[in-house]
Write a protein that binds this ligand. Sequence first.
Ligand SMILES: [Ca+2]
Ligand SMILES: [Ca+2]
Length: 390
Amino acid sequence: MSIVKKLGIFVVLVGVLVGAWWIMDSRSQEEQVELTLIETVDNTVKEVSVEDFTVEVLAESLTKPWDVVVLPDQTVLFTEDDGQISKVSENGVELVLDIPLVNPSGEGGLMGLTADSEFKDNSFVYACYATNSDIRVSRWEWTGEELTNQEDIVTDIPVNRSTFDGRHSGCRPRFGPDNYLWIGTGDVAIGSNPQDRSSLAGKLLRVDRDGNAAPGNPTSEGDNRVYSYGHRNTQGIAFTDDGEPFVGVTTEHGPDVDDEINEIMRGANFGWDPVPGYNERVPMTDKDEFPNAVEALWSSGSPTLAPSGATFMYGEQWGQYDGALLVAMLKTQHIRVFSFDENGNIEGQEEWYKGKYGRIRSVYQSDDGALYVTTDNGDATDVLLKITPY
Ligand SMILES: [Ca+2]
Ligand SMILES: [Ca+2]
């Protein structure tokens, strides 16, 4: 064989080897890409199970703890019906503030509690409660140890002190992503209130830190603090983190049918008008009387479940429930989990902890992603729970 032929074969062999290496290498890159894709898909469909969640009793022997908030310094504050705001400490529970004006008759008492969306700058905490003469929202400054400098920012929300003492008192304050304070109120079992836009009862209110009407509220009629009306007894307010598929929802009790979850909507009439007197046979959303009334996003039909506090829940640690709406159920004693599609239609529902803790009053998610739950059984038998998904 000549030198030239030998060199030719050598070049061909090298070429084949280089070509094979190139093909194998590009194939392995394709395989790597495929593997990466599979891993990504795995992450998005991570399945978690409520059976595996950890439930910690943060406080017990409570009487109707209505609402809870976790401050940025990790302080856990909660309200109790009789008028106490307490904090969870290493020694159990420490009383922070006893509000002497609170009248806890019936469904009234010390109710919703929330922190300012700009708490890190102003240390403001807000609570809603019934007195002998009204339902009001007060604001305090958290010093790290106590609540001081009380300002009553919204007063004269009607309260029922007649036949149905304390009935349908609401009352849930929550800060929205717009940095304004939203307050869900009850109709206090007075028939004319829900459609009377000059009354603060049976409404969703939207105010600034001092309780003044927030800019952008409807102004055509009635009290400018009213954002929507025709509500029966608003018990929960929940905002989404990105405005999708809606800004947020409210929950409210129906009479013996039709509890509702309603989409938050500016100027909307949600259609409750129980007149004459307090006629509870009328529909929860009376489209005959009010053709523009907004239908509920979800209605229980019959029987009712008695929904109270609500939160949207976020975080990859919650697996397939990331973005779900959680609603505390009183009468039916569970947390109802609603999943939505991208158009805001309900895709699925689950019941968590059915019957296990009795009546559930509130469900709240702290900034670190944990869930906090309060029960509503009374007589110093209630608990404050912390739930984590591990
Ligand atoms: Ca009470
Ligand atoms: Ca309605």
